[in-house]
Design a protein around this ligand. Structure first.
Ligand code: ADP
Ligand code: MG
Ligand code: ZN
Length: 504
């Protein structure tokens, strides 16, 4: 893009205006089959190999609702503290696009399955912000177009387009917030925290992996400004398909600065969709927004209404897992850590590995120490995430066990982890192969201790004279001589024994 956009600094924008946000999140459900037909949803298949007359929109084909899709929608609705409709219908959202062969998307309009809820989200400093949910409704994904021949991969300049309908009909849940007001300068942070919390909820429910980088979860960021203290909302822009947490925050921030520039120079904001660009962190104009009526929504006549019985809804509610915020609050108290430490654990994606390591027998402090220390560093160095490392929580637990038993010290444990990550085998195998064992038997240590004393007569004298603290230097010498394998506590005892000093 060559056009530059006038911006007002973030601080100046917030000094004059209050931001209002609305977040629309699409989540692809992890059901085995599509929402209205039996086609597989497996990713990576040959284009158009997972299609049938229903998802290709052939005349006369009859859709059938996927029961698991409905159940997932109810689970999401309940986890978001929503009311669940006693009776609701699907609706046709009519528009033309080549990736949508029916010429309408089966969605829900004025009768969403879930409505009027909220999600409490946690900001970086541990403070909680309540985001009100307007609705969560069921719909289907479209196919995928690939524009070929142009420089940008966009339709402009392309010579032709390829269409893959494998994605057409995959179940989606769209979750729409009520206007988020009162976040002030923290609006972009709230947006990010909301999408993250929602992702955690979705994962905890097991209804989707919600991997944003794979398009399984994407967010439209609606934003408007109103003069500080005003009550009437301004005109919004809608930045579409933002696909990372960081981008959600940046898009909101950019739009605040852009809106402020337009408004403070006397201009008006047009209601339009916009695209976010990762490289520049800016947005550019998409299309001027149609009114909702343009879609000529009407109830879908080929599908029966969905009427979840109250008994079923209560069964689902009773079977909900512990939700992420509740779980985090519990773990924070159990572990006795601060909100900032918990935030660091979350940012590192270390919470689940730590919990799994504790479940495999490690104590909480050691589990946290290894995942947030050595393992986080390794992941960082190799440019992967913690769950991409070639070590299991059981293996990390085994390392902490060997340390607790005194078979390994931290230095050796790091080498064991390094070996496991390098594919040398299990922790025990690495210990054997590399010969990594704390040496604590006195005969093996004795010579090294004697040598250390002989090599540092000055220090030895100090210790004899009562300066027990000076023993550290001799312990260090022994550790060096044994390449870190000595049991440091036993070494210190031996040194003091040899020099005829008691501890303390
Ligand atoms: P559409 O489908 O046209 O995008 P929706 O009602 O589905 O409309 O979603 C609009 C989103 O924007 C909702 O989250 C809503 O709360 C929010 N919103 C509505 N008005 C404004 C506004 N003036 N400024 C910011 N957000 C808004
Ligand atoms: Mg929208
Ligand atoms: Zn199909």
């Amino acid at each position: 893009m060559t056009t530059t956009t006038d911006l007002v600094s973030y601080e100046d924008a917030l000094a004059s205006y209050d931001p209002v946000m609305g977040l629309e999140v699409h989540v692809e459900l992890g059901t085995k089959t599509k929402m209205f037909c039996g086609c597989s949803t497996e990713l990576g298949a040959e284009p158009n190999s997972q299609t049938c007359p229903v998802c290709l929109g052939m005349p006369g084909a009859l859709p059938v609702v996927n029961a698991t899709g409905v159940e997932s929608a109810v689970r999401i609705g309940l986890a978001l503290n929503c009311s669940i409709a006693e009776w609701c219908r699907f609706a046709r959202k009519n528009y033309f696009y080549p990736d949508m062969p029916k010429n309408f998307q089966t969605s829900q309009y004025d009768e969403p399955i879930a409505f009027d809820g909220y999600l409490d989200v946690q900001l970086e400093d541990g403070e909680t912000f309540r985001v009100e949910i307007e609705r969560a409704h069921m719909e289907e994904d479209t196919g995928k177009s690939t524009h070929v021949g142009g420089a940008t991969g966009r339709i402009h300049g392309a010579s032709h387009s390829l269409l893959d309908y494998n994605r057409a009909g995959i179940p989606l849940i769209e979750i729409v917030t009520k206007p988020i007001v009162g976040a002030g300068e923290r609006a972009p942070e709230v947006a990010k925290a909301y999408v993250r919390e929602l992702r955690e909820v979705i994962r905890a429910l097991g209804v989707s992996e919600a991997r944003m980088e794979m398009g399984q979860m994407r967010c439209d960021v609606n934003l408007s400004l109103m003069p500080k203290g005003a009550e009437k909302f301004g005109t919004r822009s809608e930045t579409k398909n933002v696909n990372s947490l960081r981008s959600v925050e940046r898009a909101a921030r950019f739009e605040i600065m852009r809106h402020a520039a337009v408004l403070s120079s006397g201009g008006t904001i047009v209601q339009e969709t916009r695209h976010f660009h990762e490289d520049t962190g800016s947005t550019t104009s998409g299309r001027v927004k149609e009114e909702a009526e343009d879609y000529r929504y009407f109830p879908e006549p080929d599908l029966v209404p969905v009427a979840p019985s109250r008994e079923w809804v209560e069964e689902i509610r009773a079977a909900l897992p512990e939700l992420p915020l509740v779980r985090r609050t519990r773990l924070l108290a159990e572990w006795g850590i601060s909100a900032t430490e918990m935030q660091a654990i979350l940012n590192a994606g270390a919470l689940d590995p730590i919990v799994a390591t504790i479940e495999a027998g490690a104590d909480a402090a050691s589990a946290r120490k290894w995942w947030m220390g050595e393992l986080a560093r390794s992941a960082n160095e190799s440019g992967t995430s913690l769950d991409g490392l070639a070590i299991t929580s059981q293996q990390v637990a085994r390392v902490t066990e060997l340390v607790a038993k005194g078979d390994l010290n931290d230095k050796l444990a790091r080498q064991v982890i390094e070996g496991v990550l390098a594919g040398e085998g299990t922790p025990d195998e690495v210990v054997d192969k590399r010969g990594l064992k704390v040496v604590s038997d006195d005969s093996a240590l004795g010579t090294a201790v004697d040598e250390a004393i002989a090599g540092n007569p000055g220090i030895a004298d100090k210790i004899r004279g009562g300066k027990v603290a000076a023993a550290g230097a001799l312990v260090g010498a022994v550790m060096k001589a044994t390449r870190g394998q000595a049991d440091a506590a036993r070494v210190k005892e031996l040194i003091l024994e040899r020099l005829g000093v008691g501890e303390g």
